[in-house]
Write a protein that binds this ligand. Structure first.
Ligand SMILES: C[S@@+](CC[C@H](N)C(=O)[O-])C[C@H]1O[C@@H](n2cnc3c(N)ncnc32)[C@H](O)[C@@H]1O
Length: 298
């Protein structure tokens, strides 16, 4: 170890070493970065107290020499990523979506929803006037990331954010407070709609658990640190989606919209609900991962 600290001097040295070790250990990258270089950059920037909202921010510092103390901090973080197979976001306790920082720990799924792009654009063209949205719901809110993005996208809306996990809601509470949105985002412990009361919504957005039983069995080690209840959704991954579809109509205003993320399950979904006129949305991060319905279609 002391040899390493003597041999690796610059950030470029540590970035190369980290990427090599990550490849060697066959880590999986699916929580914010999709390759070893970016994940190592993210952790190095964090260890050095340089804001890591984009891994390419490391470029100006590549030839900077590190103090021994800094080298130790970098080494420790890179080694933990390998030894514990923890996604970087759980080591740094932060995840970035649409340029916003969210606190995360193992009580919540690491934010990576396809909804982020759609919400940044005010859910256009499906929502014609973001100013006209009065009530919106983030069902299965986890860290609260989508509720917070909705609060930004729809400046006059009251947002309800529901989750069955009290632990997840603690994390969401912290994020909502970080954005000073306590007056506009109501956090509700609720089994889907059960605890929400009589309110009706212009828009319901949900990124529910949707991993099939087979995919759960094959998950890389990194995903096993995430709450099982945030991922697993029965044999065909649609257990929660079925319940949402059965109940959503009651909670939508006339012409209200329901948008649900189902990831890779588009074919399973269309086979299971041939009668539904699903509109599949494209985002910059993926095509056909989110479907949209109007109240009148349900
Ligand atoms: C895939 S995570 C999504 C979290 C967050 N919306 C995001 O995009 O990062 C699914 C969330 O649904 C919650 N959940 C699972 N079953 C639920 C249920 N029956 N009612 C409400 N929330 C549920 C889990 O606790 C988890 O936080």
């Amino acid at each position: 170890m002391s040899e390493l600290l003597d041999d690796l001097i610059t950030i470029r040295d540590w970035l190369r070493w980290g990427a090599s070790r990550f490849h060697e250990a066959k880590l999986f990258f699916g929580h914010g970065c999709d390759n070893a270089h970016d994940e190592a950059a993210w952790l190095i920037l964090h260890a050095l107290h340089l804001p890591p909202d984009r891994p390419d921010q490391i470029a100006p510092y590549l030839d900077a020499r590190l103090t021994r103390h800094e080298r130790l901090a970098v080494l420790e973080l890179l080694q933990q990523r390998i030894a514990r197979r923890l996604p970087a976001a759980y080591l740094t306790h932060e995840a970035w979506q649409a340029g916003l920082r969210f606190y995360v720990d193992e009580r919540v799924l690491i934010p990576r929803s396809y909804f982020a792009d759609l919400l940044v654009e005010g859910f256009a063209p499906w929502v014609e006037d973001p100013d006209a949205i009065e009530h919106a719901l983030d069902l299965c809110t986890g860290s609260g990331c989508l509720a917070i993005l909705m609060a930004h996208a729809f400046p006059h809306a009251q947002i309800d954010a529901a989750d069955i996990s009290a632990d997840a809601l603690e994390v969401a509470r912290r994020n909502v407070a970080d954005y000073d949105l306590q007056e506009r985002v109501r956090l509700v412990e609720s089994d889907l709609f059960a605890g929400l009361g009589k309110r009706k919504y212009d828009l319901i957005v949900s990124n529910p658990p949707y991993v099939t039983a087979q995919a759960m069995r094959e998950l890389p080690a990194e995903y096993r640190h995430e709450p099982e209840g945030a991922l697993a959704a029965g044999e065909d991954g649609l257990d929660i989606v079925r319940r949402i579809l059965a109940e959503a109509k009651k909670y939508l205003k006339p012409h209200g919209l329901l948008a649900v993320e189902v990831g890779h399950n588009r074919d399973i979904m269309t086979a299971a609900f041939p009668q539904l006129p699903l509109t599949w949305l494209d985002t910059t991060s993926g095509e056909g991962k989110v479907f949209l319905l109007r109240r009148e279609d349900l």
